[in-house]
Design a protein around this ligand. Structure first.
Ligand code: NAD
Length: 363
């Protein structure tokens, strides 16, 4: 299926009205994947690009869930009445209309599908463009996915003559909303130079990590640390309460001591432990970074660890823990991964009910 006639007509109509002498594709940015992260990133990217362009920029969004794309467009129009933002019905439509394409998808299979060589995917659409349009196209994938899959996809995109970088992010939904994300970029140096000013609109630190796949390698290592730390903080916060400590006191101690980390100072899993913040635990772990995505990231680390012969005893233990959480409490799969605390607490309560020795009734 090629680009839908209705979509292309709407794009060209809007340009013939607003800027008849310029190529519309050159001024258009597409964002594919409007989930928890993508929605916030697209909103910031589009609003800042719109302002910097003096109102001439055009935008395209695409999501597997049509309602997510429609919600985004409505909200964007609410904040920027008259802004030109369209919904593309497929990644292929988005690429035909846009020179810059950002993807923010759950994981490897979704990236493979969006960049697929089949109809509706990015690759056939790229190949259908003129040489000039292909050469000016920049694909930025911010998904956290398998390094090898990312390298293969980038290779295929590069073969067409377009540029592609892997640019996974660190900073969570709060960072996406505030425009303070860190981008870990893998690709050629010229691609990094081109992508930096674009990512600077939605991130605070844009770090060059090396060739294609290097951004993801860095991201996977970072998330393995995060996944382990969040479990350690959950255990410590639970243990402290069992020992009679107030969560707010314990969090303050940890956050001013050597145990301080993002999981304790920003994503603390105990409601009320951070009185001046609203981590996901204050919303029954809604929003944030899904436990299922953390399990995916731990799997990316342990799989690649196996592949390169690197022992990861803590990474493997954390992967087992997140798997156990999801198997035992399936509704926590889509909640923030700090809900590992909720699971540990439920387990502790269960043990208390059974009257196991050494279990305190204090919490
Ligand atoms: P999400 O599941 O909330 O969003 C993914 C979006 O992609 C959804 O809207 C989904 O409908 C859409 N999608 C799936 N398949 C699609 C397709 N074929 N075509 C178009 N759209 C499609 O996930 P998220 O939390 O936004 O995370 C996205 C990525 O960012 C993941 O790789 C995750 O590991 C990474 N990440 C997330 C966080 C976080 O705090 N949430 C932080 C850093 C990195």
């Amino acid at each position: 299926m090629g680009p839908t006639a209705r979509f292309l007509a709407s794009v060209s109509r809007s340009y013939s009205t607003h800027s008849p002498n310029v190529s519309s594709r050159h001024h258009t940015t597409a964002f594919i994947g409007l989930g928890r992260m993508g929605y916030e990133m697209a909103f910031n990217l589009f609003s800042r690009t719109l302002v910097e362009s003096g109102g001439s920029a055009h935008f395209v969004v695409c999501d597997a869930k049509e309602e997510s794309a429609a919600l985004f467009v409505n909200n964007f129009h609410h904040h920027f009445p008259g802004a030109r933002v369209e919904v593309a019905s497929s990644p292929s439509d988005a690429v035909v209309a846009s020179e810059t394409i950002v993807t923010m998808l759950p994981s490897s299979p979704h990236v493979q599908k969006v960049y697929a060589t089949e109809a509706g995917g990015i690759l056939p659409a790229l190949r259908s463009l003129s040489q000039g349009d292909i050469a000016s196209t920049l694909c930025i994938d911010s998904t956290t996915l398998d390094v090898e899959v990312a390298r293969d996809v980038a290779k295929e995109v590069n073969k067409t003559g377009a540029m592609m970088v892997d640019a996974p992010v660190s900073g969570g939904v709060a960072g996406a909303k505030a425009g303070t994300l860190s981008f870990l970029v893998g690709g050629t140096k010229p691609a990094f130079e081109r992508v930096s000013p674009i990512l600077s609109r939605i991130g605070k630190r844009i770090m060059y990590c090396g060739p294609s796949g290097a951004g993801l390698a860095a991201k996977i290592c970072n998330n393995m640390v995060l996944g382990v730390q969040q479990i350690a903080i959950a255990e410590a916060m639970l243990l402290g309460q069992k020992l009679g400590l107030e969560p707010v006191v314990l969090a303050d101690v940890i956050n001013h001591s050597t145990g301080a980390c993002w999981s304790s100072s920003v994503n603390n899993p105990v409601p009320g432990a951070l009185p001046d913040k609203e981590p996901p635990c204050t919303r029954d772990f809604e929003g944030g970074f899904a436990t299922s995505l953390m399990l995916k990231d731990m799997g990316l680390a342990t799989e690649v660890g196996d592949l390169v012969g690197c022992p990861l005893p803590m990474g493997e233990a954390a992967e087992r823990m997140y798997k156990e959480v999801i198997e035992a409490e399936p509704e926590l799969a889509n909640k923030d991964f700090s809900s590992v605390y909720k699971y540990l607490r439920l387990t502790a309560d269960e043990e208390s009910r059974k009257g196991r020795p050494g279990q305190s009734e204090r919490i």
